[in-house]
Design a protein around this ligand. Structure first.
Ligand SMILES: Cc1cc2nc3c(=O)[nH]c(=O)nc-3n(C[C@H](O)[C@H](O)[C@H](O)COP(=O)(O)OP(=O)(O)OC[C@H]3O[C@@H](n4cnc5c(N)ncnc54)[C@H](O)[C@@H]3O)c2cc1C
Length: 313
């Protein structure tokens, strides 16, 4: 495919999936354009210490890790476009993808979608500033920072129960806050959680307010009883939100299959979607793991698969 026909690879997203895909694709001379969207560096730029990304025995700050990934991608020729993609379509006659932002329309023979998934929070005042300071949506990532202190998990489904159970390894007490009086999780999971000595369910409860200490760290929550409206205090050092994720798959909705939660379904355990030349990597196509390293791994696979796709053109 020659460049005059618009044979460029476009990568949408600058999280671990997008940047890893960019490193591989740039090194393979695919000259990728990488769209940053409104969160340059992706979700990890909203956290502090990352202790589970291989290669950093002392840990690394999320923004530093992402800055380094961006530099590595650009060193090999990836070009970052600081625009948000509004739509992706495919021209029938040419098979080229048209990736449109507010500023322009770009054509490419292949596209890797690495737009991530946004954890759902409650929308309470001051919530954004608390993320990484006692509020998180990832027990695997942050659980071990909260040893021998009380924490709470918000949610009533299987993920909330799994997170609560995992947190019993570290926390002194795990309150499971649910707005109803029964869990939505499977019976087996409910039994596992409700019989655990460290887990205390708090039924009919929603968080009305977050409390912070003098350093700005979370030190508790005010709960509202959904039946009586009564307010009460709960002292916890961290709130783990487990009320679901919204995958950012809307811009390619017409070109891919998505599951009931909006995650892109890829083919044969790889990163190809049902549209030839369109690949998906990272959290947007991963309802299960949603980790930086698994996103990076998918980014690598997507770039290698895109490389192979180019050989067929
Ligand atoms: C607070 C917090 C702490 C975490 N801690 C850890 C941890 O310690 N260890 C760990 O392994 N994981 C951690 N995670 C999870 C990890 O951040 C994610 O699994 C990972 O970032 C997913 O990478 P991704 O590349 O798929 O997407 P993301 O990192 O979400 O990046 C998505 C990218 O797509 C862009 N984008 C979205 N829509 C558009 C659009 N329309 N146009 C253009 N660009 C778009 C965004 O701007 C962003 O650049 C944490 C997550 C959070 C929120």
């Amino acid at each position: 495919m020659d460049a005059a026909m618009g044979a460029k690879l476009i990568i949408i997203g600058t999280g671990p999936a997008g940047y890893t895909a960019a490193i591989y694709a740039a090194r393979a001379d695919l000259e990728p354009l990488v769209f940053a969207g409104n969160q340059l560096g992706g979700q990890l730029t909203t956290t502090t210490e990352v202790e589970n990304f291989p290669g950093f025995p002392e840990g690394i700050l999320g923004p530093d890790l992402m800055f380094a990934m961006g530099q590595q991608a650009e060193k090999f020729g990836a070009k970052t476009i600081y625009e948000e993609v509004l739509s992706v379509t495919r021209e029938e006659e040419t098979g080229l993808f048209v990736v449109s932002s507010h500023a322009a329309a770009y054509k490419a023979a292949a596209v890797i979608v690495a737009t991530g998934a946004t954890a759902r929070y409650l929308g309470l005042p001051g919530e954004k500033e608390l993320i990484g300071h006692g509020l998180t949506a990832c027990a695997t990532c942050d659980g071990s920072f909260y040893r021998d202190v009380p924490v709470c998990v918000v949610g009533g489904g299987d993920s909330a129960c799994e997170e609560a159970h995992f947190l019993t390894r570290f926390a002194s007490k795990v309150y499971l806050l649910h707005r109803r009086d029964t869990l939505r999780a499977s019976k087996a999971m409910q039994q596992r959680v409700l019989s655990h000595e460290k887990i205390a369910p708090v039924w009919n409860a929603v968080i009305a307010e977050y409390k912070r200490d003098a350093d700005g760290e979370l030190c508790g929550v005010v709960l509202r009883d959904t039946q009586t409206g009564k307010l009460s205090d709960l002292a916890v050092k961290c709130v783990f939100m487990a009320i679901g994720h919204s995958p950012n798959s809307g811009i390619v909705r017409d070109l891919v299959d998505i599951d009931s939660s909006g995650f892109i379904i890829t083919q044969n355990n790889a990163t190809a979607t049902k549209t030839p030349g369109l690949f998906a990597a990272g959290d947007v196509a991963d309802p299960v793991y949603r980790q930086a390293i698994s996103a990076a791994g998918m980014g690598c696979r997507a770039a290698l698969e895109a490389e192979r796709y180019f050989l067929t053109l």
